[in-house]
Each structure stands twice: as C-alpha cells, then as structure tokens.
Design a protein around this ligand. Structure first.
Ligand SMILES: C[S@@+](CC[C@H](N)C(=O)[O-])C[C@H]1O[C@@H](n2cnc3c(N)ncnc32)[C@H](O)[C@@H]1O
Length: 290
C-alpha cells in the first residue's frame, strides 16, 4: 500500500526526501502492525500487551500499529478521551487543535473525534506513520495533519503561530520508567525535550489554552513558578489528578482562562496559592474507572 502523503505536512519537499522514502517503506512492509495473536517475546512488553485494549479499544476489530517505544508511551484511550472531551466542553467554539509529541496518536485520534482539524507533531517518522495508520483504524485520518520535526525547532521557527490553533495538548516524554525513582519529579531537569518553563514559553505564542500530561509526582512548586514566569503573577494553572482502575496515572496541568475557569466559581486567585496542591480550588480528582 502506498502512503497518502497529503496529510503529512511538507513531506514532498526536497529536504524531507529521506523521510518520504522511509514512509513509503513503512507502508510497503505494513511495518509495526500488531498481530492479534502475536507471541510477545519481549518480557517487558507482556504487561502492556495484556492491557492492549485499554490503550486502543479497537485492537480486536481494526489494525493497530505500535513501535516498541510506543507500547510504553501511548496515552490510554480512556484518558485521551477524557482530555478531548474536557477540552471540547471548555472550548465549545474551538476548531483547530495541536498535539505536540503525538506518538502513536492516542490523543490525536480522540481529539480528532471532537475537533475539526488536528495537527500532530513528532520527531519520529515511524511514530507519525503509526499515528496515521491508527487514525485510519478510527476513521479520523482525514482531519489529521502530521508534521515531522523536533518541537524545539518547530516552535522556534513559529511554524504553528499563524494557523489559529485554539487548543494545544502535549504529552512530552518523561524520561522512561525511572521517573518514579525520586519522590518528586523535577520538571525543569527531567522533562524532555526541555524543562516546564521553557516548554510553556515555546507554546504560549501559539495559544494560551495549553494542557500537558505530566508525571503524578511532578513538583507542583515548579508548575507554579513556571506559570508565573510565563503567564505573569496572576497566571493560573489547573491541576487534575487522573486515575485509571484506581491507579494514579498522571496529572493534567492546564492553562488559559477557558480551561482553568470552566466549571469553577468565579473567584479572584490568591497569588500565593495559585497552583498549589491543597489550597487551590482547581485541584480535582478524576477517576476513569469502569
Ligand atoms: C509520551 S510519547 C506521546 C504519546 C502520545 N500522546 C500517544 O498517545 O501516543 C512522546 C512522543 O514525543 C516524541 N518526541 C520526543 N522528543 C521530541 C521532540 N523533541 N520533538 C518532537 N517529538 C518528540 C517521541 O517520539 C514520542 O513519540
């Protein structure tokens, strides 16, 4: 099968010739297709394989594509659905959405089920290919556009600044399972490809409506400090704790009035308490069990 490159932004340009060829090869070989009765040889993957339907509920009905790295890093479908529906409710008129670090498309797909036009960015051509193929399985590939490249460069060049993005989601790499080694996750040193402050700075010129999926043990003082530095002293961040099957999977940090204030009482923020776990009215637990 040959790829439909019209949904891969700029891929036909000369400088992306290598990536274009790689995409053709991936399609020809039907690479990374997860076979329904696959024997999982990698022992580390067994845990994820047994939970595959929580990653993509269509695993048994439609072809799903994952690289080894993506098995560990894809956002479980219930969480991705929650993110998309939450953003939809907060931003009822939004049309264009950007999913930075789109990986296997776990979030991109659910966003595309809610919004008209979704852009996905990833620096791995294999991952963009998986996003596209998985989006085909969910019937949403036509409203997804994929951009190959590293976020640092794309942001620096302001590639998405003039498109009119209404909502930006990002599930940046946490640096592997070792993120739980320390009791508190250092968002300035460990988050990739840049610390939380620089990450927000790279995103704010695109839209103030930002949501990041971060480790459950994230240092909230750093979230607070990054919020003030990027959004000013009156800036606010809403932190939502997300559980799946009773297990705390991570936190969703969100910025921008529409996301922060939705569903809450209109109240002046207390500068001291903005974003602190206990004192803010914006801390909510969402359990996605059942
Ligand atoms: C945690 S995964 C995202 C998972 C995704 N939300 C999903 O549901 O499949 C992080 C992704 O970021 C990509 N990535 C890492 N560093 C990047 C960078 N500097 N620029 C763009 N993408 C990057 C990786 O290739 C990986 O696919």
């Amino acid at each position: 099968m040959s790829p439909n490159t019209s949904h891969f932004l700029h891929l036909t340009r000369k400088r992306y010739r290598k990536q274009h060829k790689l995409l053709e090869r991936l399609y020809e070989r039907d690479s990374f297709l997860v076979q329904p009765n696959q024997v999982v040889k990698n022992r580390k993957l067994i845990k994820y394989w047994s939970k595959r339907n929580s990653l993509f509920s269509k695993f048994n009905e439609r072809p799903i594509y994952l690289t080894e790295e993506l098995w560990y890093s894809v956002t479980p479908e219930k969480i991705a659905k929650f993110v998309a529906k939450f953003a939809r409710v907060c931003l009822p008129n939004a049309k264009k959405v950007l999913d930075v670090f789109c990986g296997a498309g776990g979030n991109t797909i659910q966003l595309a089920l809610e919004f008209e036009r979704v852009y996905g960015v990833d620096w791995s051509m294999e991952h963009l290919y998986c996003t596209h193929r998985n989006a085909e399985a969910y019937g949403v590939s036509d409203n997804i556009w994929l951009k190959y490249g590293s976020w640092e460069i794309i942001a620096e060049k302001g590639r998405f600044n003039k498109i009119g993005i209404d909502f930006l989601f990002g599930s940046p790499p946490w640096g592997g399972p070792q993120y739980l080694r320390e009791s508190t996750y250092d968002l300035e040193k460990l988050l990739q490809p840049m610390g939380i402050t620089q990450m927000l700075q790279s995103m704010i010129s695109i839209t103030p409506n930002i949501m990041l999926f971060l480790p459950r043990n994230s240092n909230l003082e750093q979230v607070s400090s990054a919020t003030r530095q990027v959004f000013g002293v009156r800036g606010q961040c809403r932190v939502v704790y997300v559980k799946e099957d009773g297990f705390l999977k991570g936190i969703l940090c969100m910025w921008g009035d529409a996301l922060v204030k939705a569903g809450g009482e209109e109240e002046e923020p207390d500068e001291e308490n903005t974003c602190k776990k206990k004192d803010t009215k914006h801390d909510v637990d969402y359990s996605l069990d059942g």
